[in-house]
Ligand binder design. Structure first.
Ligand SMILES: [Zn+2]
Ligand SMILES: [Zn+2]
Length: 344
């Protein structure tokens, strides 16, 4: 299932290797085997996997002695230093390793019965951690969050049928779900704003934005369906990315504000605040991830939000200008005499 689409380690490795440094076939073998694994391996797990791979490859007539434990350990440390691997400590008295290639940083749920771990991420927890660090003037390098306990299958005795997922696909799925939810609430906001706008040009802007949101929404939904083609069980896999409201909460709250009655200028201003919040959120959040489909989804979405933001700001300025001119015309009509005196 973790086919070539998820892993293109050769090119990735070449990009990491400093120019002119020599290839080591042993190191390449270790890194390649490691990158093919999903999950959290101990160094000994990796030694075992490498030896199996060597046995499968070697010609029995010229069998060479197996890879030494020390070589694997050294290479693991090299991978950690190079940013290919992350070292995790689940409190078992030994480290485990997971690859970071197209695998966003995350938190873990750890089952004490079966020793398996499950990954998740939460933008709310992350922003809270950043807030705490900032309040204490602390430069955060790494935050570790682990939930220890008993997993569902250990608790119920039911074995889950949906395991061994490629995090990259689940991450992309969740990123798309979030983008879709945000797009939907944006559409709701602009449709409502168009229906209440009094200024005809302002109305056209909202209608245009609503139409754009509709189009983007259809595109995101198509992309979502394409993604599901890659893994028939993808829809039912557990949530990886937890977002409480995040950006789509902005638009939902804004649509409520419209219902209380606002003028065109206020409606545009509310739209600007939403798009700015949404753009900043997706841009900032997307930039933090390792290269992955999920990252691309966030950054592309941020670009769309920025385009909307720019359009709204232009419209806001032009509406203010139109209103100013209208006021000036009214004033000149009302006081023709004074005006003519001033002119002469
Ligand atoms: Zn368990
Ligand atoms: Zn992990």
């Amino acid at each position: 299932m973790n086919g070539s689409r998820t892993m293109e380690p050769a090119a990735y490795l070449d990009s990491l290797r400093p120019a002119g440094s020599k290839r080591s076939s042993k190191r390449d073998l270790i890194v390649n085997v490691f990158l093919r694994q999903e999950g959290h391996l101990t160094a000994d797990d990796l030694v075992e996997l490498i030896r199996r791979e060597e046995a499968a490859r070697s010609d029995p007539a010229t069998t060479t002695p197996g890879m030494s434990r020390a070589t694997v350990y050294r290479t693991l440390q090299w991978m950690v230093d190079a940013g290919i691997a992350r070292k995790v400590d689940f409190g078992e008295g030994r480290f485990r390793f997971e690859h970071s290639y197209r695998h966003p940083r995350h938190f873990h749920l750890i089952c004490k019965s079966c020793n398996r771990s499950f990954e998740f991420l939460s933008s709310d927890i992350e922003s809270l951690l950043e807030e705490v660090a900032a309040a204490r003037n602390f430069t955060a390098r790494q935050s570790v969050l682990q939930i220890h306990g008993t997993c569902e299958s250990c608790r119920t005795g039911r074995t889950s049928t949906i395991e061994g997922s490629a995090t990259e696909l689940v991450f992309a799925r969740d990123a798309l779900r979030i983008a879709i939810a945000t797009e939907r609430s944006g559409l709701e906001f602009y449709s409502r704003a168009a229906s209440i706008a009094r200024d005809s040009r302002g109305r056209r802007v909202f209608e245009r934005l609503a139409a754009e949101e509709q189009e983007h929404l259809a595109m995101l939904e198509r992309r979502y369906r394409d993604l599901l083609q890659q893994d028939p069980q993808l829809e039912s896999r557990p949530t990886f990315l937890f977002f409480k409201g995040a950006a789509n909460g902005l638009f939902a709250a804004a649509a409520d504000r419209l219902a209380n009655g606002v003028d065109d200028r206020q409606a545009l201003m509310i739209g600007i605040k939403c798009e700015r919040g949404s753009y900043r959120f997706f841009k900032r959040y997307g930039e933090k991830f390792e290269d992955s489909e999920g990252k691309r989804i966030f950054l592309e979405f941020a670009d769309e939000e920025r385009a909307h933001l720019e359009l709204l700001i232009r419209e806001y300025r032009s509406l203010v200008e139109r209103q100013r001119r209208r006021r000036v015309r009214r004033v000149t009509k009302r006081r023709p005499r004074r005006q003519s005196v001033a002119l002469s």
